[in-house]
Design a protein around this ligand. Sequence first.
Ligand code: AMP
Length: 303
Amino acid sequence: MSILVIGSVAFDSIETPFGKVDEVLGGSATYFSTAASFFTDVNLVAVVGEDFPDEHRQMLVDRGIDLAGLKTAPGKTFRWKGRYGFDLNEAHTLDTQLNVFETFKPEIPVRYKDSEYVFLANIDPELQLDVLNQVEKPKLIACDTMNFWIEGKRDALLNTLKHVDVLVINEGEVRQLAEEPNLRKAAQVILSMGPKSLVVKRGEYGVIMFSEHSIFATPAYPLEEVFDPTGAGDTFAGGFIGYLASTRNLTEANIRKAVVFGSVMASFTVESFSLDRLKQLDYDEIKARFKEMKLLSDFEPIV
Ligand code: AMP
């Protein structure tokens, strides 16, 4: 079952305590689709500028990602510049250049319209809504966003959230969006905005998912070395939604498994810059880490 994703395709310039790269392939939709492509077909909606090289396009095509919805517009590709200190859980944005996204009007290819799974990756919430208005009746709509849009386009974001089933954001964004410091209370506020579930990404501390009647938490895979956390959140979402779409099963038990697949995928992305690690990954490595994750938090009930 295929997934439709709208989000950014970007050139990222990143500095971490362990290295520095300039204008490497990044973007929320790029990480998402690459991760999801390990599980199912992905239809990508985004825009790039004339400076976007064929080599990046080819990498996505080789992973089976449908690029009919990737428009090339006059101008420059979206650019993001970020820095991380030793606390790798927090990205400091140094610069965001929307470029071709400023005037982008998404037009969904006809064959994308009946997509049953839709992921609104981190991008202008007005574009997210625009895409939702063009799809027929998805089974599941999930969404990500970030402080840039929570501060800059709050009303548009609240409008988009009314249509969203699962919101996937990081801990700081939960507090900021809900205007509430306590995570559990903040989750209640967000669940009243529209989403039925809230998945909170907590960097090296894992993920906690709040739904109306349940809370589920899982640790992050304990890596010895984290090199660059950029894209971890989008990769998480790609594994999470990719697994759900491939199994077409939205029971609580399966959603929990999907959260673990998301965490496993993210653990690979952070091992190197850009999509370098995902490009070399195979499904056996994913399965092996999934098994380790089960052991990591398995314990006996009390009698
Ligand atoms: P994350 O998974 O949260 O680390 O997302 C990192 C990716 O988000 C980077 O590859 C950036 O290109 C992209 N990004 C950063 N800021 C924005 C923004 N305001 N809108 C869309 N994408 C962004």
